[in-house]
Design a protein around this ligand. Structure first.
Ligand code: RB5
Length: 148
């Protein structure tokens, strides 16, 4: 599976740790930046990864900023994206099984690297359960379609 990853200046070191972890698990990773520790604007990177997911360049995305909130909010503005901020593995797993998230976000100022790896692993190992959950996800996407 190909995974896109993006982050702001707060999360460069954690990003590289997560990239190495993903590669050690056999995933192909596409890095959408930033690789600089100079202050930058997280919406740029949230949008880049979100568009890579909806455009089919990558199957899933991972976003990291200080809290995971801003970068996930930006990603969720891209049509077709369901991004969730997860600070522990249980929510990460359920966000895939029940909500079919296509982007996982977390905060480098909130979780440590080892917990972040557990969050990533729980999310990647999970599969969407469909059924009643599909009806609810379809309802979410219908709200998005109403905006047009
Ligand atoms: C940057 O200082 C910080 O605001 C950003 O990384 C993120 O936490 C925003 O949601």
């Amino acid at each position: 599976m190909k995974i896109g990853i993006g982050n702001d200046h707060t999360s460069v070191d954690m990003k590289w740790e997560i990239v190495a972890y993903l590669e050690s698990l056999g995933y192909e990773v596409v890095n959408y930046g930033t690789d600089s520790r100079e202050s930058c604007d997280y919406p740029v990177y949230g949008k880049k990864v979100a568009c890579a997911v909806t455009g089919g360049e990558v199957e899933r995305g991972i976003l990291i900023c200080g809290t995971g909130v801003g970068i996930s909010l930006a990603a969720n503005k891209v049509k077709g994206i369901r991004a969730a901020v997860c600070s522990e593995p249980y929510t990460a797993r359920l966000s895939k099984e029940h909500n079919d998230t296509n982007i996982l976000a977390f905060g480098s100022r909130v979780v440590g690297t080892e917990l972040a790896k557990m969050i990533v692993s729980a999310w990647l190992d999970a599969e969407f359960e469909g059924g009643r959950h599909k009806r609810r996800v379809d309802m979410i996407m219908a709200i998005e379609a109403e905006k047009e």
